[in-house]
Design a protein around this ligand. Structure first.
Ligand SMILES: *[C@@H]1O[C@H](CO)[C@@H](O)[C@H](O)[C@H]1NC(C)=O
Ligand SMILES: *[C@@H]1O[C@H](CO)[C@@H](O)[C@H](O)[C@H]1NC(C)=O
Length: 269
């Protein structure tokens, strides 16, 4: 149901690759983010050559906290890549934040937000058309290639690999949402953040960017008022009202208005 895949491609920056670095461990995991807690997307063999698109700090592996993003779009601990040095050999991965001050927002969602998305997207084990004919798999992952060939996990997905796929997809939406909000005007807690991300996940980054909802938040209006009034307007699919969307928006408003002491934007606590 998401129409944002083109926007996601447009956001991807093209950086020169540093290529031909050999993997120096047996079965080295390439993960969805720069740390050992991220899900494994791929495993490299010893001696396999990888290309590095950018590098950034992450969890420390044997005293080296640099993680290399490879041309496969996943991260390996630099410790396992033979770059010749324990320092940076190419450019740092950009945080993707336009203002610079909102770089520390929550990239991932709290469990309430993930559960809400899982509930409303529903579990699909192998690629099939959603209610308006767009091929999706897992929990609402919109296929970018034929038969969702870009998905790293084996079909049919299990609920566990579908959750990993959802976790891999979420940062695209938190990232675009963060880039549209004025960090000096808008402050959101973890539940508000999760509810809004569910909405962006469902409607796409482009629609969120031009929305009245984002405009009103940036004007400094009360977030609970804005969410209660604006979220329910997003109930159309293919030009008609879908009861499922009416209900999903009600769930999102409810989560949005549930108090939380955890901050998510512009800082993640
Ligand atoms: C990996 O790349 C290096 C440097 O480009 C090259 O010398 C080496 O033969 C390559 N190894 C493999 C297995 O392709
Ligand atoms: C964000 O809000 C601040 C404070 O009102 C304002 O000075 C700034 O111009 C705004 N930034 C953008 C990008 O609108």
């Amino acid at each position: 149901m998401k129409l944002s895949f083109l926007a996601a491609f447009a956001l991807a920056t093209v950086a020169p690759l540093a290529s031909g670095y050999a993997i120096k461990g047996d079965a080295v995991n390439c993960r969805s983010g720069p740390g050992t807690s991220y899900s494994v997307k791929k495993t490299y063999k010893k001696g396999q050559n990888v290309s590095i698109s950018c590098q950034q700090a992450g969890t420390s592996v044997s005293g080296n906290n640099i993680w290399d993003k490879t041309s496969d779009g996943c991260y390996v601990a630099d410790y396992y890549v033979q770059t010749g040095v324990n320092g940076y050999v190419t450019s740092k991965c950009s945080s993707g934040s336009s203002s610079g001050s909102s770089g520390s927002y929550c990239k991932t969602l709290n469990q309430a937000g993930l559960s809400l998305i899982e509930k409303w997207e529903g579990f699909v084990s192998s690629p099939k058309p959603d209610p308006i004919g767009l091929p999706t798999v897992g929990y609402g992952h919109l296929c970018k290639q034929k038969n969702c060939a870009e998905v790293k996990y084996k079909f049919p997905l299990t609920k566990s690999t579908a959750q990993q796929l959802l976790n891999d997809d979420i940062p695209t939406y938190t990232k675009c949402l963060a880039s549209y909000l004025n960090a000096s005007k808008v402050k959101l807690n973890a539940n508000q953040w999760a509810a809004l991300t569910s909405w962006v996940f469902n409607n796409g980054c482009g629609n969120a960017k031009s929305s009245q909802l984002v405009k009103r938040l940036n004007n400094g209006e009360n977030p609970n008022t804005v969410a209660s009034q604006e979220l329910p307007k997003w109930r159309l699919a293919g030009g008609r009202v879908l009861q499922g969307l009416v209900n999903r928006r009600a769930d999102e408003v409810k989560l949005f208005k549930t108090a939380s002491s955890k901050q998510a934007f512009p800082k993640c606590s």
